[in-house]
Design a protein around this ligand. Structure first.
Ligand code: ATP
Ligand code: MG
Ligand code: FE
Length: 342
């Protein structure tokens, strides 16, 4: 089955073609980052308009790359949520319009299920069951995954997501949006011994996270350095380092707990923050110590992309799931543990 995947939940237009026999045939991405950077974050109305501009040309581009015509498509999958409702509507209406015109099935899929299963597109994918750490711009969750659609939420952030915390810390340090990669780069030249930020919610049992206090802590540290006229480039790097260490350490502690609690030996890490090298380094060490293994998507599939949507769509479409053509789905809030096995 050849599936066209469409991702428009936030600020990247992602399109891909997945063939259930041959694997990924083509993928393309248009990132709106430069457009939103001016405003320091995503402007929903601008995002929707830009998806409208980019989506059809990107679909043509992946078809050309794969040497296929529209008539060669067997089905279409699109991100139905969670995300910005106007942005989701662009993908949903395009998917349903094409499905009607081509007379093929269409399915709205869950964005976080896409992130979760993105490592399945890699060379040696994990077997079920596994523990998944989903760390992105909008989510920080630990999930026990027994199979496709069998997800048990073990813990999640009670306030900001880890990616969101990176973005806010970046803003305080005068770095561009999205801040994760910029904070990480600056942190490389930071002195890890200069200051230590708290590891929120690690002093008591449980698998929930909280990152909003860390944001306040970062702001206070910056203000203090400013007040004593010490906020030079080195000090900014030291703050970035202390911040990154605190987030990474917190994530590592909770992953360790989740592996212990479930007795599982496989850990999947996905979503934008899974691109963080320090996190990968620390988790490699932790998993090796307990005879476990960590799995990640390739770099460009850590953040939003069409490939993960085409892949999840293919699995569910093959199992017989589909929308009623013309009944578009756009679900801004959609808890992942309400998903079911196909
Ligand atoms: P969600 O998937 O929850 O709806 P999203 O789609 O906006 O949110 P992603 O595209 O998966 O999130 O990831 C973007 C986030 O990842 C941003 O917050 C960004 O700062 C963060 N990020 C990207 N690269 C890194 C990195 N190297 N280190 C830390 N954070 C990073
Ligand atoms: Mg994004
Ligand atoms: Fe995402």
């Amino acid at each position: 089955m050849r599936v066209l995947g469409i991702e428009t939940s936030c600020d990247e237009t992602g399109v891909a073609l997945f063939d259930s026999k041959r694997g990924l045939l083509a993928d393309a991405l248009y990132s709106q980052i430069a457009m939103h950077a001016e405003y320091g974050g995503v402007v929903p109305e601008l995002a929707s308009r830009d998806h409208t501009r980019r989506l059809l040309p990107l679909i043509q581009q992946v078809l050309d790359e794969a040497g296929l015509a529209r008539g060669d498509l067997d089905a279409i999958a699109y991100t139905a949520g969670p995300g910005l409702v106007g942005a989701l509507m662009v993908g949903a209406s395009t998917a349903h319009g094409m499905a009607r015109a081509l007379g093929i099935p269409v399915l709205g899929v869950h964005h976080m299920e896409g992130h979760l299963l993105a490592p399945m597109l890699e060379e040696s994918p994990p077997d079920f069951p596994f523990v998944a750490l989903l760390v992105s711009g909008g989510h920080t969750q630990l999930v026990e995954v027994s199979g496709l659609g069998t997800y048990r939420l073990l813990g999640e952030s009670v306030d900001d997501a880890a990616g969101e915390a990176f973005d806010k810390a970046a803003k305080m340090l005068g770095l561009d949006y999205p801040g994760g990669p910029h904070v990480a780069r600056l942190a490389e030249s930071g002195d890890p011994a200069r200051m230590r930020f708290p590891r929120p919610m690690t002093d008591r049992p449980g698998l929930d996270f909280s990152f909003s206090g860390l944001k306040t802590h970062t702001l206070t540290a910056i203000r203090q350095l400013e007040a004593s006229d010490e906020l030079d480039d080195q000090a900014r790097a030291d703050v970035a380092r202390a911040f990154e260490e605190a987030v990474v350490d917190t994530l590592v502690i909770k992953c360790r707990r989740a592996l212990d609690q479930t007795g599982l030996k496989r850990l999947v890490v996905a979503g934008g923050v899974s691109a963080n090298s320090r996190l990968r380094e620390r988790l490699a060490h932790e998993t090796a110590k307990r005879g476990a293994r960590a799995f990640y998507p390739r770099g460009r599939f850590c953040t939003d992309n069409g490939a993960m949507i085409a892949y999840v769509g293919a699995l569910r479409l093959l199992a017989g799931e589909h929308d009623e053509v013309g009944i578009m789905k756009a679900v801004p809030r959609w808890p992942m543990d309400t998903l079911r096995e196909p």
